[in-house]
Design a protein around this ligand. Structure first.
Ligand SMILES: C[S@@+](CC[C@H](N)C(=O)[O-])C[C@H]1O[C@@H](n2cnc3c(N)ncnc32)[C@H](O)[C@@H]1O
Length: 199
């Protein structure tokens, strides 16, 4: 039986590009800059409809995974257009079907707001990362700044109904899952962040 998250995202997949292209353009420069550091064998969570595929440098060996078959189906043509290796895989980040220490880099983008148990998901990402590998996340989080914290806390009970939570402390979750932080860069206020960590 498909999980609640899987069927939610399957339903959203056909209209996802319509609502997300604007955000993708807004963050393109910051995402491309972060992805320029990616190397080797890469696990990309979550590929969605593949809007970010063109942001990766060419020549990498990338596995783009997602819980939703609908998203993966939309991502096919973008993955096929990548100049390098780009395979697609269906998996739930909380139960990854990859062996220990498989990847040199794990990339996440705009996903940890909606993974039900983020620490369990991050522990799985840590398991499949090589000992000298790197986790590179582009995520929106809660805010320490009072008015924004209040607003994001108020929004979360509503947004949770269709997926994302707006007030997650993803930096704390990264640490709690056993990663060692290398850097945290605020891209927009203290809400949109690039988080880099190692084992
Ligand atoms: C907001 S979309 C982001 C997609 C893409 N990174 C982008 O920015 O366009 C969130 C994605 O996370 C996927 N997702 C949600 N929970 C997941 C899980 N537990 N495991 C794997 N993928 C998941 C969804 O199917 C969806 O494609």
């Amino acid at each position: 039986m498909a999980s609640v998250a899987q069927s939610r995202w399957d339903k959203a997949s056909s209209t996802y590009d319509l609502f997300s292209r604007g955000a993708e353009r807004r963050w393109e420069v910051a995402k491309r800059k972060s992805l320029s550091h990616v190397r080797g064998r890469v696990l990309f969570l979550a590929v969605g409809t593949g809007l970010e595929v063109p942001f990766f440098p060419s020549g990498l060996d990338i596995t783009g995974m997602d819980i939703s078959w609908g998203m993966l189906s939309q991502a096919k043509s973008r993955a096929a257009g990548y100049q390098g290796g780009f395979r697609l895989a269906q998996s739930d980040v909380e139960h990854l079907a990859f062996g220990d220490e498989t990847f040199d880099t794990v990339v996440t983008s705009c996903t940890f707001c909606s993974v039900p148990d983020p620490v369990a998901g991050l522990r799985e990402l840590r398991r499949v990362l090589k000992p000298d590998g790197e986790l590179r996340m582009f995520e929106h989080t809660g805010s320490r700044w009072f008015p924004f914290r209040l607003m994001l806390n108020a929004m979360t009970p509503i947004t949770r109904r269709f997926g994302p939570e707006m007030n997650r402390d993803t930096v704390a979750n990264v640490v709690q899952s056993g990663f060692k932080l290398r850097s945290v860069q605020n891209v927009y206020l203290d809400i949109v962040k690039i988080i880099v960590a190692g084992k």
